[in-house]
Design a protein around this ligand. Structure first.
Ligand SMILES: C[S@@+](CC[C@H](N)C(=O)[O-])C[C@H]1O[C@@H](n2cnc3c(N)ncnc32)[C@H](O)[C@@H]1O
Length: 209
């Protein structure tokens, strides 16, 4: 599977990482996918394309993001959403007339799958508690990177692992966000889950033993 960039920004930009990620999804073939931290929606689109190839229309994708930086969420680590590439700046400002880091722009990128996609704007510390996790069989956890948020997100997705699903966490070993590793290690130990660190320490893959 080839991971495509769709002329937008993504955290899976490093060579080979996106393809590795898609092969992980392909191995599990989930039907109910949750992504925490959607950003420009590039991974969302890649996941939907893949799940469509596997299941036709019989899949669901839920994507959750703040989709804005404001006073309430300024403690979260949010990647720079601006382009350095002037062509991309022009394309979004004058042709698409969109902010690519907005729920409407991501909805537009995913419109091909509009019947399968549910995008939610909000903070995972509040929203995840309200999501029914009983059917979700794959979580890509790539939202807030501070310790409290990662631990909250993992706890809210505990049921997914108990039901034989997978939580794949990005940025396991980031020097500038040590809280990710700390929260994952604690969560895995407390629940006695299996945790494989894969793709050159990039992802933590959490599942039942
Ligand atoms: C690293 S980016 C996600 C990249 C995306 N998964 C991809 O593959 O391109 C992290 C995203 O998490 C979002 N985020 C940060 N804290 C959050 C929170 N507490 N709740 C929801 N989203 C959050 C940010 O707005 C940002 O878009």
């Amino acid at each position: 599977m080839k991971y495509k960039r769709y002329f937008r920004k993504t955290s899976l930009k490093q060579k080979g990482v996106g393809d590795f990620f898609l092969n992980e999804i392909l191995a599990k073939k989930p039907k109910f996918f949750l992504e925490v931290g959607v950003y420009h929606g590039v991974t969302a689109r890649n996941v939907c394309e893949l799940l469509y190839q596997i299941h036709g229309s019989a899949f669901q994708y839920i994507g959750l993001d703040l989709f804005e930086v404001n006073n309430e969420n300024k403690s979260e680590i949010i990647p720079n959403t601006e382009f350095s590439n002037p062509l991309k700046k022009i394309y979004f400002k004058y042709i698409k007339k969109q902010d690519p880091y907005s729920i409407s722009a991501v909805r537009d990128l995913l419109k091909k799958f509009k019947n399968n996609v549910n995008l939610i704007k909000g903070n995972s510390n509040i929203i995840l508690k309200k999501i029914d996790m009983s059917k979700i069989d794959y979580v890509f956890l790539d939202g807030g990177h501070n310790y409290e948020t990662v631990l909250n997100d993992l706890k809210c997705c505990n049921e997914v692992v108990k039901n034989n699903g997978i939580i794949l966490c990005d940025d396991y070993d980031l020097t500038f966000a040590p809280g990710v590793k700390k929260a994952i290690d604690e969560f895995v130990l407390e629940n006695n889950f299996d945790c494989q660190i894969i793709c050159n320490n990039r992802f933590a893959k959490i599942q039942r033993r």
